[in-house]
Design a protein around this ligand. Structure first.
Ligand SMILES: C[S@@+](CC[C@H](N)C(=O)[O-])C[C@H]1O[C@@H](n2cnc3c(N)ncnc32)[C@H](O)[C@@H]1O
Length: 355
């Protein structure tokens, strides 16, 4: 008799078939995002593949095959009698650029990004080590797209007010740093919103820093600078009043040194806002995490492996609240409040201060 806990074998087989279908669909959703097909279909009445391809300026044969995958995947509606296709409004609300941070098609792009390093990761399973950041050529652009939509929607109005009194201090004029700033959109947004404050972004990525500087120049921001700097060797003492990291601790080679460096870089009364993946440090407490397999996979195929590639700690994306609190304490922070934001299932917000 089958183990009741393991469930019925046929049911599990069905789930596995569903899994491979959904995995393929994720790749096609990514294609739909990159080609702009969702955005275009959201503005069109029901149309044939030829009409959609013409409007999108894409090859009709490819568009037709994509529409077939979308139709069988129940993402796009198809009328077999007339041959037209349509994107339902309640689907476009989650698949178009107009949806901002709700656009899940952006996340689907991680499937293709991670698949590029599958061979190297399999090799690491056999021999240890890691896959370096340089093996992910599109990472900065995708990360910027992913986090940029969230920052546009929430950074100034929701995230910064999580720190008591911060907005008023930013308006008066303080020194701010974003460590692991990537393409710099968060700190550029802050620099634009608070012209009396001074902002610095630190990262090791040339692509990220170039994008950050280009955006600052295009916005004519005179109060922000970007520096190539290893976050584990920040080397600043009492220079900043407010320091942020957005999704930039768990994939560090030495997150312990990064956190200690941030604590050291804060002036008395300074605040550190660490925005990082919302999870428990205990696997069994993550069973109902809405993005559990997504984050553990991103960890194995990116965040953990880039850390291990540098001989680092390999903390992993799902390092979790308990581990974060332990490491913040070890770094010298004496008070840490953990907040969550409505509608943000991915992040925890650690507001840390020291005596
Ligand atoms: C997951 S990304 C987050 C980027 C950005 N904060 C955002 O939310 O879009 C992590 C960032 O940490 C940077 N990083 C990794 N190791 C670093 C190090 N040792 N020093 C500085 N930055 C580092 C990466 O280049 C990358 O830009």
């Amino acid at each position: 008799m089958a183990d009741a806990g393991a469930g019925d074998g046929a049911e599990f087989a069905g789930r596995m078939i569903h899994m491979v279908n959904e995995a393929m669909l994720a790749l096609m959703v990514s294609v739909g995002h990159r080609t702009g097909l969702f955005d275009i279909m959201a503005t069109m009445p029901p149309a044939t593949s030829a009409e959609i391809a013409a409007k999108a300026a894409l090859d009709e044969r490819y568009v037709r095959e994509w529409l077939a995958a979308m139709t069988t995947g129940r993402i796009i509606d198809h009328d077999g009698a007339t041959g037209v296709f349509s994107l339902p409004a309640d689907h476009s609300a989650w698949l178009t650029r107009a949806a901002g941070p709700d656009n899940i098609a952006v996340e689907a792009q991680f499937v293709g990004l991670l698949a590029r390093v599958e061979d190297q990761v399999v090799d690491c399973f056999r021999h240890g080590g890691g896959v370096p950041y340089s093996a992910f050529p599109n990472f900065q652009a995708l990360m910027a797209e992913d986090s940029g939509a969230v920052h546009d929607a929430r950074l100034i109005s929701v995230t910064l007010p999580l720190v008591p009194g911060l907005t008023a201090r930013l308006e008066q004029g303080i020194d701010v740093a974003d460590v692991g700033c990537g393409s710099g959109h968060a700190i550029n947004l802050m620099a634009g919103a608070f012209p009396r404050s001074r902002f610095a972004g630190f990262d090791v990525s040339d692509a990220g820093l170039a994008a950050a500087r280009a955006e600052a120049a295009s916005k004519r921001l005179a109060n922000v600078r970007f520096e190539k700097r290893d976050a584990a060797r920040l080397g600043e003492t009492a220079q900043f009043d407010f320091i942020t990291t957005f999704d930039a601790v768990h994939d560090q080679a030495r997150p312990d040194l990064v956190l200690a460096g941030i604590a050291n870089a804060l002036r008395p009364g300074g605040v550190y806002l660490c925005v990082d993946v919302r999870a428990s440090s205990t696997l069994s407490e993550n069973l109902s995490h809405p993005l559990g397999p997504f984050f553990y996979t991103i960890s194995c195929m990116h965040c953990m492996t880039v850390s291990l590639a540098e001989g680092g700690l390999g903390l992993g994306t799902m390092w979790g609240r308990q581990k974060a609190l332990e490491m913040l304490s070890d770094a010298g922070f004496t008070s840490v409040d953990v907040s969550h934001v409505d509608g943000d299932i991915a992040n925890a917000y650690f507001v840390a201060t020291k005596d």
